[in-house]
Each structure stands twice: as structure tokens, then as C-alpha cells.
Design a protein around this ligand. Structure first.
Ligand code: NDP
Length: 443
């Protein structure tokens, strides 16, 4: 049996009941075959793949807090510090009822390669909890965040591990978490990113993942002779990534006709109204059913359906495995040109393979959504030098980083004879840098 298959088998055996983690490892290791086979003896001796798939550390803890009725609640908290070969652990905190160890591990594993691709000095980690901020009062969210940080603070620090936002963790949650860290440790330091502008946050961090996704997509299209202007785009999600992806796509002259949340989706033939979306989701924290009140020409549908709408470009920006084989078939039948992932692993393996087999340009999230973490690293730099850069400065750096990521993975794919396969390119380019650092640092 080859080295890759051996390690895949061990991962499944040693980490039962973690399907998302298995899926992420399989996708990465399968695409690393050309590099691994070329270096099999050396990598085996160094147990490189075994070391890559085993996190440095996994912390699981109880998070007790009291709700508005005086009732004690208990959630489970996680921080997985995956790999710090190229810099301090860096990766978001996800707050969603679906969170479990396997989900956090898949996200942490992906983060290692993503962070490497940015060319910035950041390692990979991820964390979160099965707490659901939806429907909770601000006081309840604060009580949870304070309790969560009361345990988490022991494991993080500006030079060791710097968490950020993710699903369910926005500016409000980061604020409460930062306040509690400062209170316990007495340190005013850049231990979290995604902070508010009045206390060490970076301009353009809020927009960075969505904007970065579009900078990457535009470059990928341009290098394939396609102009993004005038294209029809479908987006899933209505959160941080989706909102700013829609905004930037519109600024680039494309027309975005859909968005969605976990209950349903909106079709707006005139193009999604971003201001309305921000008011509904960020200000009122309401559901997308409200969108029709702002745009009477739009349609609201319960359930899933974004991928059935005819489009040139599809941007999944909600959550993992939201675009399956049937969805990929519908997109191809409708003539889609490109799919670029804003979320982490939103496309199933079968769907990815189907899209690639049908010559759809496919951008994997670890490359195309890396703008968020890249800008988080820029926030760390600003905190270290105690300066704030302008929006345009950060945005220009973000554009440069995204264009650079595209060319890095495009070149890696070409080097190994997989031209146009950006999944292989991203995994190889991310892997080579991390492995180089691991080998240099010894066991
Ligand atoms: P948000 O919480 O801001 O938004 C998530 C959106 O996806 C919401 O519209 C939510 O709907 C929807 N959603 C969440 N879970 C599900 C589900 N199980 N089924 C259907 N819809 C769902 O999160 P972000 O925008 O920050 O994150 C979106 C994705 O992007 C995630 O995969 C995240 O890991 C990834 N990502 C985020 C980065 C960032 O900087 N924020 C950076 C890189 C990647 P509802 O409103 O109903 O909850």
C-alpha cells in the first residue's frame, strides 16, 4: 500500500466518528500524491504525513453560564492547535450548535494550508463551541463569551495562538472575549483579531474574506481570458463572507441574484440590495423572509435552492458540504463557468470532481477565502507596531496577497503537470512551505 493510503487508513481508524475531518484529510492527501510519491522514502522516514494529520494539541472544556431566566447552561468549548511550524496558531472560533471535535479538526487542518498559502507567518488552529448565539440576548452572549474565555485564555497569547471570528462569532462576540482576556491577564495585546476599530481592530478586516474571494476569482477568470464584469453570480449565505462577496462582485460589475440563510433563500432578479441585507442580518439579526419588505420584486423560498438558478459564477459562502453532486450537476447544466469557495469545504468531494471533470474553474476555499486570515495577520502586524493603517492600504495589501496566492497555486499545479487544477495547486503550494519548516525544525 502507498504511503498516502496507509496514512488515510490510520486517520480513519484513530479518529472515528469524525467524517468531516476524514473528508478534509482525504481531499488534501489525495491531491498531494505527486509530491509524496516523488519524496516517499524521505517523508516516510520523517513521518511527515502522520505529523501533519495529528494536531499539536486539542483542548476540550466545559463552558457553564447563566441564562436570562437564572438557569445554568453548559456548553462544550474547543481549541485545536494544529501546526505552528511557520508561525503562531491562527484560526477562528465557530459558535454553532453543529460544532464538535471533528468539525473543529477539519477546519484546523485546512487552516494550516490556507495560512501557509498567504505567505504570512501564521500557523493553523481552530476553535469554537456548540453554543448558538441565535436568539440569545446580548447579556447571555456576554455571559457565554466570558465563561469561554475564562478557560481559553490559558492556551492563547499574541505570540502563541491568536483566534478570530467564524460562523456565529462576529464583532460583538470578539469584543466580549477580548474584554474578558484583558480582565483576567491584565494584558492589552493583540490576542484576537476581528476586533473593533476603537480597540486595535484593522480597517477592512470585516470585508476581507468576501472582498478577497472576489479578488481571487477575478484573477482566476482573467488568467483564463474571462472578464467578471457583466456576469451573473449566485451566492449562498447571508453572513459576513456572503455580504461582502456580494458587495465586491457588484463593484466589479457583476450581478448577484441570490443569497440564503439556514432557513431559506432569496432570488432578486434586479441584484441583491446589500444595504438591505446588512440591515436585516447585522442590525436587526432577523431572517431573510424580511428581504421582500425591502425589495417587492424579489422571491423568498424556504429550504435550499440557490444552485438551481442559472448563473456564470457560483460562490458558496455559508457552510461545509452545502454544494453536493446534484447541485454541481444543476450548475453545469445551467452553464456555470466558475465556482469559488467563500466558505470552508462547502463543496463535497464528488461535487468538486464533477465540476472539474466538466471544465468548470474551481477555486478551493483554502485559497479563495484566505483573505480573512491574511487580513487578520495584517491586524496582528498593526497591533505589534501599535499603528493603524488606512482602509486603502490594507485593501491594497489584501489584493496583492490574493493575486499572489492565485499565481502560487497556479504555478504549483503547472509544475506537477496538473495545469488548471487549483485544488492540487493549493494543497501542494501550502504543503511545501509547511513541510520545509517542519523538516528544518527537526522532531
Ligand atoms: P456567519 O455566521 O456570518 O454567516 C454564516 C451564514 O451561513 C449565515 O447566513 C448562516 O445562516 C448560514 N449558515 C450557517 N450554517 C448553516 C447551515 N448549517 N446550513 C445553511 N446555512 C448555514 O459566518 P461567516 O460568513 O463568517 O462564515 C461563512 C463560512 O465562511 C464558514 O464556512 C466559515 O468557516 C468561512 N470563513 C469565514 C471567514 C471569516 O472571515 N468570517 C474566513 C474564512 C472562511 P443563518 O443566518 O441562518 O445562521
Amino acid at each position: 500500500m502507498g504511503y498516502v493510503d496507509e496514512v488515510l487508513e490510520k486517520v480513519i481508524l484513530k479518529n472515528p466518528a469524525e467524517p468531516e475531518f476524514h473528508q478534509a484529510v482525504k481531499e488534501v492527501l489525495e491531491s498531494l500524491r505527486p509530491v509524496v510519491e516523488a519524496n516517499e522514502e524521505k517523508y516516510r522516514k520523517e513521518a511527515i504525513l502522520e505529523r501533519l494529520v495529528e494536531p499539536d494539541r486539542q483542548v476540550i472544556f466545559r463552558v457553564p453560564w447563566v441564562d436570562d431566566n437564572g438557569q445554568m447552561q453548559v456548553n462544550r468549548g474547543f481549541r485545536v492547535q494544529f501546526n505552528n511550524a511557520i508561525g503562531p496558531y491562527k484560526g477562528g472560533l465557530r459558535l454553532h450548535p453543529s460544532v464538535n471535535l471533528g468539525i473543529i479538526k477539519f477546519l484546523g487542518f485546512e487552516q494550516v494550508f490556507k495560512n501557509s498559502l498567504t505567505s504570512l507567518p501564521i500557523g493553523g488552529g481552530k476553535g469554537g463551541s456548540d453554543f448558538d448565539p441565535k436568539g440569545k440576548s446580548d447579556r447571555e452572549v456576554m455571559a457565554f463569551c466570558q465563561s469561554f474565555m475564562t478557560e481559553l485564555y490559558k492556551y492563547i497569547g499574541k505570540d502563541t495562538d491568536v483566534p478570530a471570528g467564524d460562523i456565529g462569532t462576529g464583532a460583538r462576540e470578539i469584543g466580549y472575549l477580548f474584554g474578558q482576556y484583558k480582565r483576567i491577564t491584565g494584558l492589552y495585546e493583540g490576542v484576537l483579531t476581528g476586533k473593533g476599530l476603537s480597540y486595535g481592530g484593522s480597517l477592512a478586516r470585516t470585508e476581507a474574506t468576501g472582498y478577497g474571494l472576489l479578488y481571487f476569482t477575478k484573477e482566476m477568470l482573467a488568467c483564463n481570458g474571462i472578464d467578471i464584469a457583466g456576469k451573473t453570480v449566485v451566492v449562498s449565505g447571508a453572513g459576513n463572507v456572503a455580504t461582502y462577496a456580494i458587495q465586491k462582485a457588484q463593484q466589479m460589475g457583476a450581478k448577484v441574484v441570490t443569497c440564503s440563510d439556514s432557513n431559506g433563500w432569496v432570488y432578486d432578479p434586479d441584484g441583491i440590495d446589500v444595504d438591505a441585507l446588512i440591515e436585516i442580518k447585522q442590525v436587526k439579526r432577523a431572517r431573510l423572509t424580511e428581504y421582500k419588505n425591502y425589495r417587492p420584486n424579489s422571491e423568498y423560498h424556504e429550504g435550499k435552492g440557490v444552485w438551481t438558478v442559472k448563473c456564470d459564477i457560483a460562490l458558496p459562502c455559508a457552510t461545509q458540504n452545502e454544494l453536493n453532486l446534484d447541485d454541481a450537476k444543476a450548475l453545469v447544466a445551467n452553464g456555470v463557468i466558475a465556482v469559488a469557495e467563500g466558505a470552508n469545504m462547502p463543496t463535497t468531494l464528488e461535487a468538486t470532481q464533477y465540476l472539474q471533470a466538466n471544465k468548470v474553474l474551481f477555486a478551493p476555499g483554502k485559497a479563495s477565502n484566505a483573505g480573512g486570515v491574511a487580513t487578520s495577520a495584517l491586524e496582528m502586524s498593526q497591533n505589534s507596531e501599535r499603528l493603524s493603517w488606512t482602509f486603502d492600504e490594507v485593501d491594497a495589501k489584501l489584493q496583492g496577497i490574493m493575486v499572489n496566492i492565485f499565481h502560487n497555486l497556479d504555478n504549483a499545479a503547472k509544475k506537477y503537470g496538473y495545469e488548471g487544477n487549483y485544488v492540487v495547486g493549493a494543497n501542494i503550494a501550502g504543503f511545501e512551505k509547511v513541510v520545509d519548516a517542519m523538516l528544518a525544525q527537526g522532531v
